[in-house]
Structures are given as structure tokens and as C-alpha cells.
Write a protein that binds this ligand. Structure first.
Ligand SMILES: [Zn+2]
Length: 119
């Protein structure tokens, strides 16, 4: 992945993360207090490992999962694995990454894993 594309995806993911954090803050007083405790100005700088595990638990599994998905995508940008399907090794279509920047699997592997799950 080219540098320009990397930084575009990084920005996209950070904006998404700030959005998720904002909605979690709106939903949970405990979460809001926890973020204020960290004292960050920019929500995109908040990492879920900065947040107390119990507070993260309070935002619910769904919010926690969303944050973790976004953070692991940011991690993959750093280690050069972003946009490559870990299951089959092919490149993930850029349209898919545009729609779901934190997608891990390519569309083929994703749909076959969903088929497996549902039997
Ligand atoms: Zn794949």
C-alpha cells in the first residue's frame, strides 16, 4: 500500500474512532468520566488500552469490539499488513476498505466464514 493511501486510511480510521468514542461518551457517563480522566483533547488519541478495563466493560461488548477493530486496523497499517486478507493472502478490494476500513477479511473469505457460522 502506498504512503498516500496509508495516510488516507489512517485518517479515516481515526475519524471513525473519534466518532465511536463520541457516541460511547454520549451513551455512558462512566465512559465520559474515564476519558476525561485520561485528559486527552483529541479523541482519536484515546487508545482502548488507556481506558480502565472495567469502564470499557461498561460501554458494552459492542462498543468495545468496535474500538478494538479500529485499533487493530490502525496497527495493521503500521505493520504493513493492512488491506491484505490474513486468510487467503489476497488484497482486499479498496471499495470494501472504503466502506469498512477496519475489515479484516476479503469479501470472499468473509462470506465463506459467515456461511460456516450459519451452517
Ligand atoms: Zn481472503
Amino acid at each position: 500500500m502506498e504512503e498516500a493511501e496509508k495516510s488516507r486510511m489512517r485518517q479515516k480510521l481515526q475519524a471513525l474512532k473519534a466518532e465511536v468514542l463520541e457516541s460511547l461518551i454520549a451513551e455512558s457517563k462512566d465512559f465520559k468520566a474515564a476519558v476525561e480522566d485520561i485528559g486527552v483533547k483529541d479523541l482519536a488519541d484515546v487508545a482502548s488500552n488507556d481506558i480502565d478495563a472495567r469502564t470499557l466493560e461498561a460501554v458494552g461488548a459492542k462498543g468495545k469490539l468496535r474500538l478494538q477493530q479500529i485499533e487493530s486496523a490502525l496497527g495493521r497499517i503500521e505493520n504493513g499488513r493492512f488491506g491484505v486478507c490474513p486468510s487467503c493472502g489476497s488484497k482486499i478490494a479498496s471499495a470494501r476498505l472504503d466502506a469498512i476500513p477496519y475489515a479484516v477479511l476479503c469479501i470472499d473469505c468473509k462470506s465463506s466464514s459467515e456461511r460456516r457460522k450459519t451452517g
